[in-house]
Write a protein that binds this ligand. Structure first.
Ligand code: PEP
Length: 251
């Protein structure tokens, strides 16, 4: 049987105390004993609330970012140590929205992954090309460069990260990579990780970019797609639950 898939929701800057409660309760109840790992990466302001709501369930908690620094004069930043105090198991790093709007570089992303790992948090490292980069035929080069920075900074610990391939042109656009397009890049990433660690098989490589209830099954059936990072569809309990079911190993 293949390894358990990881289905992670990225709520982005969405939610409210009232909406979160209904959503988390519906997910935790609806996922039942589905044979996959499920996480929600929520805005930092709601970590405490969601950590309490998920108590006693199999739902895991994630953050959407983490500081590369340990502590100190970094106004607005949230450290990995702080996240741990709220039950955080995963932290997204290098999401394309942070690379684009907040100027995060490959090196910053690699440092964030390292700090997260040092605190027992699994970084979900996002890589992916823009439409212009794909059209220029540079997809492989871009994705490999982004991944190489994280491998270089994290050494043998690279086997502890989760990778998310998120083509930027597919995020929030409704345009999904075809299963073949996604698999091609996932295989490339797997080969790159294999050259860096003997434990590459245990690394989850997620696909992200307009994954939804309708396309999840075919994407998740690809040999190197070990789960999904889901934005918009993770805000609708029924859609997210259908993706979870698509990712669950059959008993
Ligand atoms: C994301 O934000 O990581 C994402 C994949 O978004 P969406 O599913 O909405 O494209």
């Amino acid at each position: 049987m293949s390894k358990q898939k990881l289905i992670a929701g990225n709520w982005k800057m969405n939610g409210s105390l009232v909406a979160n409660e209904a959503l988390v309760r519906a997910i935790a109840q609806g996922m039942g004993d589905a044979d996959c790992t499920v996480a929600v990466c929520v805005p930092a302001a709601y970590l405490e609330q969601v950590n309490k709501l998920r108590a006693g369930t199999r739902l895991e908690l994630g953050a959407q970012d983490v500081s590369r620094y340990e502590q100190g004069a970094y106004t607005g930043e949230i450290s990995a140590g702080m996240l741990r105090e709220f039950g955080v198991r995963y932290a997204i790093v290098g999401h394309s929205e942070r690379r684009h709007y907040h100027g995060e570089t490959d090196d910053t992303v690699a440092e964030k992954a390292k700090t997260a790992l040092a605190h027992g948090i699994t970084p979900i490292v996002c890589v992916g090309e823009t439409l212009a980069e794909r059209e220029a035929g540079n997809t492989q080069e871009v994705v490999k460069r982004q991944m190489a920075a994280v491998i270089h900074t994290n050494g043998h610990c690279i086997s502890e990260v989760v990778v998310a391939y998120e083509p930027v042109w597919a995020i929030g656009t409704g345009k999904t990579a075809t299963p073949e397009q996604a698999q091609e890049v996932h295989a490339l990433l797997r080969a790159q990780l294999k050259a860096a660690t003997t434990h590459s098989d245990r690394i989850h490589i997620l696909y992200g970019g307009s994954m939804n209830a309708g396309n999840a099954q075919s994407l998740l059936a690809q040999p190197d797609i070990d789960g999904g990072l889901i934005g918009g569809a993770s805000l609708k309990a029924n859609d997210f639950l259908q993706i979870i079911q698509a990712g669950a190993n059959r008993k």
